[in-house]
Ligand binder design. Structure first.
Ligand SMILES: C[S@@+](CC[C@H](N)C(=O)[O-])C[C@H]1O[C@@H](n2cnc3c(N)ncnc32)[C@H](O)[C@@H]1O
Length: 290
């Protein structure tokens, strides 16, 4: 493990949320409907990016930073697209987190494994911008809060970060279901981390839920043989739905708790930290790609 700076936590604002998640095995009609919805782009967070004005351009705040949008990879006002493509063309193992939220897990992981590549998807643009700032702070060898000390005229200890050498951690505010097929090659991903995704309790919101048969097909296409899906939730029944969907896919082996060792040490996500503080159980699943 490489030396890295600890990432401090601030108080959380999570509430318990509903826990009465129920699901049933899909009928053929429901499965067909899930594929039809996927094809039609239904349920994408923020709607279909093709319909957004200027969707082929990076936002000004994202230019020349480790940020991308699938539809703006050819925007030549910045080095973003070319740099990301060059990194993806390398043989460095790639890990992708979907829904990184505050980004604690991903930042920590990128610091521990400087020879791997990391990509994070998070549809909340504000959270993505905050994460960009955190990535750049770390790359400059600082920790959050150091700037304050600097302004106060105090000595600031610099913490050289492995992120300083290469921008090995990139982020996007695309809906991962839209971005992954367009930006990431088949078989390129070593590990997907999907940690505490929104359960979307209501029936009418189900189409926004990440896990569905076409989403599992997408994961199967992107993960390399021997790669893995790492999933966690504090909603036990959502975990069981994911297990049902993934284990029914021929590309994935059954959940194997022993695979936790291949993830190794990591810091908890923001939600997991909240669960620990409040004594709430967490369910973790590890599925190897055959
Ligand atoms: C419940 S939060 C958990 C955040 C973080 N993983 C944690 O454990 O603290 C789920 C996050 O996933 C993001 N999200 C939901 N659907 C997404 C999608 N299709 N693509 C990318 N991010 C998504 C949400 O914006 C939200 O920040």
């Amino acid at each position: 493990m490489s030396e890295h700076s600890p990432i401090p936590y601030s108080p959380t604002s999570f509430s318990q949320g509903r826990m009465d998640f129920t699901w049933e095995e899909l009928t053929d009609a429901e499965r067909a409907q899930a594929y039809a919805d996927w094809e039609a782009g239904k349920g994408l967070i923020g709607g279909d990016p093709h319909r957004r004005p200027g969707s082929h351009l990076l936002p000004p705040w994202g230019i020349d930073r480790p940020f991308f949008r699938a539809l703006a990879l050819d925007d030549e006002r910045g080095w973003n697209g070319a740099a990301l493509r060059a990194l993806l063309a390398s043989h460095r193992p790639l890990e992708i987190e979907i829904g990184f939220g505050r980004g604690d897990f991903l930042l920590d992981r990128a610091q521990r494994h400087p020879h791997r590549l990391f990509i994070g998807y998070e549809t909340k643009t504000k959270a993505t911008r905050l994460m960009l700032a955190r990535i750049e702070q770390l790359a400059q060898g600082r920790r959050a809060g150091d700037g304050q000390a600097e302004r106060a005229g105090r000595d600031v200890a610099l913490h050289p970060s492995p992120l300083a050498a290469h921008p090995s951690l990139w982020i996007s505010d695309d809906d991962a279901r839209f971005g992954l097929p367009r930006a990431i090659g088949d078989g390129r991903v070593a590990i997907f981390h999907v940690l505490f995704p929104d359960p979307w309790w209501k029936n009418e919101h189900r189409v926004k839920r990440l896990f569905s048969p076409p989403f599992v097909d997408l994961l199967a296409a992107k993960v390399c043989p021997g790669g893995m899906l790492h999933f966690k939730s504090d909603v036990q029944e959502y975990g069981e739905l994911v297990r049902y969907l993934v284990e029914n896919h021929p590309a994935f082996a059954a959940h194997d708790p022993a695979l936790a060792a291949s993830i190794g040490e990591s810091v908890p996500t923001h939600r997991e930290h909240w669960c620990r503080r409040h004594g709430k159980p967490v369910w973790a699943y590890y599925f190897a790609r055959r």
